[in-house]
Every structure is written in structure tokens, then in C-alpha cells.
Design a protein around this ligand. Structure first.
Ligand code: PLP
Length: 348
């Protein structure tokens, strides 16, 4: 979190940012219908959000094909991820891939005493489920899988993950962070929500920060067995942290499939531009099922990121597998052109 805050402070201080491509946000949203609902609900926002949040929970349950008791809402999925970690940390080790969204946390320096059991990705930067499976033991209190993964953007084939969930979930809860599932080829069948419908001890985390463009509005949710929802509820506000306008906007956005298709199509257009640019510059990249792309750099990532920032383009950097990497979010076509221009200048 400290690293995040330091990065945000650097961003705020950066002069004339042309393209913010560092936080995997959706530059096309929120949808017009969500904005309309947001504005309309301001008049009633002196009331606590109870009824509208309950309506949102009902809609999410219907869309996921589960009961409302299977749903826990949060102000973004971060709140629910924290709740899961707080629940699991005192009970044992948290198994995860390295790198993944939460693997940059350093267990040794963590005052909560959290123990992280990290398993490296395979040579082609895929989850190594064969290496992870034997690590699930009575000492494991949570298995964290981010699919598609952040920072790689790579996705596990749904059938592989499904059979992993089926065999591992009787031993430890399996949390599948599906922050980017809306960008997957078949979000409905690629999601592990059916494992929950089959009664397995799986927690699926979803966020509206990405395709729905709600990063600043803050709406996310967990889907899990009702007993697990009750347990997680002890470590978070249970939806009380969502404001009336955000909940009203979420209801409108979840119903607005036209906007979702539009945002997806725009993302794919910009992603194709980026792939074409990288190809022409003779750079490789990891195949992305998300709204960001990770690719190997030929210089150190720290000066690369700093120089890109000087050019008005923010990106994120990673170092793993003896390689320096750039993670660039998918922005509008103009933002991707700004990235391409800055990149050419910085690497030449
Ligand atoms: N999970 C993953 C994999 C993410 O990349 C992010 C944010 O980028 C989150 C969870 C948290 O998102 P939010 O709290 O906005 O829902």
C-alpha cells in the first residue's frame, strides 16, 4: 500500500500527464446510463443506502445464478480481498503464484505476521498448478488465484482451474480474483462461479472498477458459500461502505450490456494498436486477456518508468525472472499513440 501511495504521489506531481496508463482503468466510462442514475440519486443521498444496496445485491445474485446469501458487497474488491486475507492470515499460510496481484507484499516485513507461500510461474508465465497443488496442506488457510493474472495478463484455461478448485477446495478455501474476467474470451464460462453453485469452498471476487469504469465509484463483490460470506462479513462493512449514488449507478451499469460491449470493443481496438506497435518495434509481449499488456524491456525498468513519466505517460514496472518489464494499461487510441511516441523516444 505504501508503494501504491508513493506512486500515486509521483503521478500527482508529474507535469502534464498525457496518458495515465498505470492503473488499469477504463478511460471510456462510466456509461451514460450509470452517470444518469448517479446524478438522479444525489437528491436521495441523505438517506443511508440500505434499500438500493439490497437491490444491487439481489441483481448481482440473479446475474451470478446464486442466492443473495452467497453475495457480499464492498467498496471495490480491495475491501473484500483485505477481509479474506485478515480472515486467513492468523490461521496459516496463504498460497499464491509469484508474481501475482498480491505477491509483491513482503511477508517478512508485514506486521500482521502473514505467511505467504509463493510458487513461481511456469517458463511461459502461466500458473504452475501442478507445483501449487502439493503445497496445499493443513497449514494452508487460503489459496489465492488471480485469473486472468495481474501483472502478466495471462489466463489459465478454465477447465484446468475448475479441476484445481474441485480438488483443492476441500483442503483450503480457493479465492479466485476475477478482477479482469470481463475481458476474457468467454467471461461466463471462464468464471469459477459455477464451482460455488456446485457447493465448493471457492470465493470469487469481482470488481466494477475495470470494464464498468467504476474505479473511483468503488463497487466490488464476493461470491462464496453463505457460511464463508458470514465469516468474511466479520472483517468488512458488508456493503455499508457503498454510497447511494455508487449503488444506483452500479444497478444501471450492470444492466447496460450495450455499454459493456462498447467498452470491450474499444479496449480491443486499442490493444490491437499496441500489439501492432510492439511488433513493428520488434518487442514481444505476453498474450493478454485483460485491459493491460506486460512486455519485456531492454533497459532497467526504473529509469524507463521515470523517463516515460517525463514524457507525460505513466506505466508500471516489474522485475522478475531476471527480466525488467513494463505493464501498460489499455487507454484510448490517442493515449496509446502518446505511449508509442514516448516509448520510441525513451528507448532510442
Ligand atoms: N484484484 C486485482 C487483480 C486488481 O488488479 C485490482 C485493481 O487493480 C483489484 C483486485 C482491486 O480493485 P478494486 O478495489 O478497484 O475493486
Amino acid at each position: 500500500r505504501e508503494r501504491e501511495l508513493a506512486f500515486e504521489a509521483a503521478l500527482a506531481a508529474a507535469p502534464q500527464l498525457k496518458a495515465r496508463l498505470s492503473a488499469n482503468e477504463n478511460p471510456w466510462g462510466p456509461s451514460a446510463k450509470a452517470k444518469e442514475a448517479l446524478i438522479k440519486s444525489v437528491d436521495t443521498s441523505f438517506l443511508y443506502a440500505g434499500p438500493v444496496v439490497m437491490e444491487l445485491r439481489k441483481m448481482i445474485a440473479q446475474q451470478a445464478g446464486v442466492s443473495e446469501e452467497h453475495i457480499l458487497l464492498g467498496a471495490g474488491s480491495s475491501e473484500l480481498l483485505s477481509a479474506s486475507v485478515m480472515m486467513a492470515a492468523p490461521k496459516g499460510k496463504i498460497l499464491m503464484a509469484d508474481p501475482c496481484y498480491i505477491s509483491s507484499r513482503d511477508d517478512k516485513s508485514d506486521s500482521s505476521g502473514m505467511q505467504l507461500d509463493k510458487v513461481a510461474l511456469t517458463k511461459d508465465y502461466q500458473y504452475d498448478l501442478n507445483a501449487m497443488a502439493p503445497r496445499v496442506s493443513s497449514q494452508t488457510s487460503l489459496v489465492y488465484i488471480c485469473n486472468p493474472n495481474n501483472p502478466t495478463g495471462v489466463m489459465l484455461p478454465a477447465e484446468q482451474l475448475r479441476s484445481f478448485c474441485e480438488s483443492m477446495s476441500p483442503k483450503a478455501p480457493v479465492l479466485v480474483d476475477e478482477a479482469y474476467i470481463d475481458y476474457a474470451p468467454n467471461p461466463k464460462t471462464d468464471s469459477m462461479v459455477d464451482c460455488i453453485r456446485k457447493g465448493q469452498n471457492v470465493i470469487v471476487l469481482r470488481t466494477m472498477s475495470k470494464l464498468h469504469a467504476f474505479a473511483g465509484l468503488r463497487v466490488g463483490y464476493a461470491i462464496a458459500q453463505p457460511a464463508m460470506i458470514k465469516e468474511l462479513r466479520k472483517y468488512c462493512s458488508g456493503g455499508f461502505s457503498i454510497s447511494t449514488p455508487s449503488a444506483a449507478a452500479a444497478l444501471a451499469s450492470l444492466a447496460d450490456t450495450e455499454f459493456q460491449n462498447f467498452a470491450l470493443q474499444k479496449t480491443n481496438e486499442s490493444k490491437k494498436f499496441l500489439y501492432d506497435f510492439l511488433k513493428q518495434a520488434d518487442y514481444s509481449w505476453l498474450p493478454s486477456s485483460t485491459n493491460f499488456v506486460l512486455f519485456p524491456l531492454r533497459m532497467k525498468s526504473q529509469p524507463f518508468m521515470a523517463k516515460m513519466m517525463e514524457e507525460g505517460v505513466s506505466v508500471r514496472r516489474w522485475e522478475f525472472d531476471n527480466q525488467h518489464w513494463c505493464r501498460v494499461s489499455i487507454g484510448t487510441l490517442d493515449q496509446m499513440k502518446a505511449f508509442a511516441g514516448a516509448f520510441q523516444k525513451v528507448v532510442s
